[in-house]
Design a protein around this ligand. Structure first.
Ligand code: GDP
Length: 366
């Protein structure tokens, strides 16, 4: 049958020869990648950190935060070599419920320190953070002025993990920052859950940021946190809020009388300020410095740091043992059954616990 399509020379679709297309991916990208992948030796990292090189400090912190064993190995070597150069900063913990004004205050307090010629690192602990890095605590957009200062190093919380793991990474980052010459370290916590205890165990001064509220604010805060605080500051003491802030101040002062004098021998002070309008900032700093002078003179400053080191060692051991126990497959299987036995009153808590522990040890010794 004669049809154009049956012709041997027929081409249903002709493609004109076009011009060469420019590459869709920049040819320079590969060189960029190569540059970024440059690896440094442990000694190079340490030398650069000691000279205050922020880029390498930042990369070393990334190694600290990495869960890859080869990164951890280098990180641990860097930390060990930085350790003799650490310990010289003043470490301050910030806590307060979301909305209390932590980031606004850190921005204000941080600017105050930087303007006085200090170097400041801002770190955070937020074990609940599932979000990607840079969008949670310590996020640069939350500390607008500070993030523009080259003497300020802002690092968000290591992302999700166990509290112990997140706290360890922040603690190790403190060592690196101190070796890099940062005179002040701020550690921020979200003000919910257990992270306050972790922050408290790594700072010299623990600052609780409060808001003047409805008059029942004292009931709203967890007692344990007030006991941990070396200073309580009431934020947003500006405009119509000043009177309420003063009232809250006297409530807190009265409440503090009910607590025993802390081991430091320092009775926590209560101040009002406004992070947003920058009012009362110098007074808060004055309080912190008075505390530091006081505890350095009494010897408590060094004593507390030693206690903290011991606490962290035991915490690390506890966490390791806990994980080893609960992640044991036979224990994982046994626990829900024991829970059922408890609820149905078939076993006492003590007997159930003993049974689980015996199984664990039998299992381990095999
Ligand atoms: P965070 O969640 O504790 O970090 O709190 P933010 O710093 O994000 O502050 C929460 C809100 O309170 C923001 O809208 C701030 O602008 C506001 N804020 C913070 N500090 C002050 C202050 O001193 N005065 C007033 N009026 N508002 C403030």
């Amino acid at each position: 049958m004669s049809h154009p399509e049956n012709d041997a020379h027929y081409k249903g679709l002709t493609v004109n020869k076009g011009i060469a297309q420019p590459p869709t991916v920049s040819p320079y990208l590969s060189t960029l990648h190569r540059a970024r992948r440059k690896t440094y030796s442990v000694d190079e990292y340490v030398d650069e950190i000691l000279q205050g090189n922020i880029t390498l400090l930042s990369q070393a912190v990334t190694l600290v935060e990495s869960s890859r064993p080869e990164h951890q190995e280098i990180a641990q070597q860097i930390i060990e070599k930085c350790l003799p150069h650490s310990g010289k900063s003043i470490r301050i913990g910030f806590t307060g419920v979301p909305g209390a004004g932590k980031s606004t205050s850190i921005d204000a307090f941080g600017m105050y320190l930087v303007k006085e010629g200090n170097k400041l690192a801002v770190l955070a602990i937020d074990p609940s953070s599932e979000r990607s890095r840079g969008s949670i605590l310590g996020d640069k957009t939350r500390m607008e002025r500070l993030s523009m200062e080259h003497n300020a190093f802002i690092r968000p919380s290591p992302t999700a993990g166990s509290l112990g793991g997140v706290a360890r990474k922040t603690r190790e980052t403190i060592i690196l920052c101190e070796a890099a010459g940062f005179e002040y370290i701020f550690v921020e916590t979200v003000g919910v859950g257990q992270s306050e205890t972790a922050v408290h165990s790594m700072v010299d001064f623990f600052l609780l940021i409060q808001l003047a509220g409805t008059g029942d604010e004292l009931q709203g805060i967890k007692r344990g946190i007030m006991e941990m605080a070396d200073g309580i500051v009431i934020n947003k003491a500006d405009g119509d809020n000043i009177e309420k802030a003063k009232l809250a101040q006297s409530h807190f002062k009265n409440a503090l009388h009910l607590f025993p004098v802390p081991d430091s021998g320092w009775t926590p002070e209560v101040l009002t300020y406004s992070g947003y309008y920058g009012l009362g900032i110098a007074e808060v700093w004055d309080m912190i410095h008075r505390y530091i002078d006081f505890v350095k003179a009494s010897g408590y400053f060094d004593q507390k740091r030693s206690e903290q080191s011991k606490y962290r060692m035991y915490e690390t051991i506890n966490e390791h043992l806990r994980n080893d126990f609960y992640q044991n497959p036979e224990i994982e299987e046994l626990m829900p059954k024991l829970e059922q036995d408890l609820v149905a009153h078939r076993k006492s808590s003590y007997i159930a616990a003993t049974e689980a522990l015996e199984k664990y040890y039998r299992n381990r010794n095999q």
